[in-house]
Design a protein around this ligand. Structure first.
Ligand code: SAM
Length: 247
């Protein structure tokens, strides 16, 4: 693991252990509202209370019954459980996360909810514990910005998707770049700030590994999620969709 992985894992391990939801950024007293109340009906507070995302990738994924879904950086499992309802018993949801304490939370939540079509696997999103061409839809919520190098994440996502499979990502991106000095702030990196890259660079990387129909569905100022400082580029929470070609 790189130093960044270690710091990120420590941060999310501590959050899982304390159960305190500090979202991506820090010092925010108010949690942003990411989901409609109706979507969250029936989910235990142990799931909703440890929602650490910056958007709602499940709704834009437009899931169908029977589909197999993979969540990159599944945390305590909120998006996996929402996806599981939509794909139904004929579908299946796999959540991958590298932080053991998060996986413990996710598995405890799964047991509490008696969900049978969700599985959590330990692993890094740069090296997915998932077979080639087996996934219909990849979702991810505020995780790819944390990866030290985003390219292998997109390459792995492309590898595991079935031909014609799609991705639906909520993530923190920027317009412009952080200075090298700010990028070296690993604590801010772990808070989903300085690991974020320019949205055009992000979508270019996706294109380079083979994704098509890449769309930035919407881009909202991340001020409710992240405290911005003087000298930073504009930071956004973006929803990005794309597809692996059929052939
Ligand atoms: C900001 S939290 C988001 C969790 C979840 N997606 C949600 O919406 O609540 C980031 C999660 O990604 C995981 N993570 C970060 N980098 C990772 C990596 N390189 N590989 C696997 N998991 C990673 C962390 O352990 C943490 O659980």
């Amino acid at each position: 693991m790189s130093e960044i992985h270690e710091i990120v894992q420590k941060r999310y391990g501590d959050i899982a252990a304390s159960g305190v939801n500090t979202c991506c950024g820090t010092g925010m007293t108010q949690q942003p509202k990411l989901y409609e109340d109706k979507q969250l009906e029936g989910l235990p507070v142990d799931v909703t209370g440890l929602s650490l995302g910056c958007g709602d990738p499940v709704t834009i994924a437009d899931l169908n019954p029977g589909e197999t879904v993979l969540d990159l950086g599944s945390g305590a499992g909120i998006d996996c459980f929402l996806a599981a309802r939509q794909v139904g018993e004929a579908g299946y949801v796999i959540g991958v996360d590298m932080t053991p304490a998060m996986l413990e939370k996710a598995n405890a939540n799964k047991e509490k909810m008696s969900v049978t079509n969700v599985e959590f696997r330990q692993g890094q999103i740069e090296s997915l514990p998932v077979d080639d061409n087996t996934i219909d839809v990849i979702i991810s919520n505020c995780v790819i910005n944390l990866a030290p190098d985003k390219r292998p994440v997109f390459a792995e996502a492309f590898r595991v998707l079935k031909p014609g499979g799609r991705v639906s990502i909520s993530d923190i991106v920027t317009e412009g770049a952080f200075t090298e000095e700010l990028r070296a702030d690993v604590e801010k990196w772990a808070e989903c700030v300085t690991g974020a890259i320019d949205v055009a660079e992000y979508t270019n990387m996706m294109q380079q590994v083979g994704f098509v129909d890449i769309q930035v569905v919407d881009k909202v100022d991340a001020k409710d999620v992240i405290q911005q400082r003087e000298g930073m580029p504009r930071i956004f929470s973006a929803r990005i969709t794309a597809r692996k070609p059929q052939n």
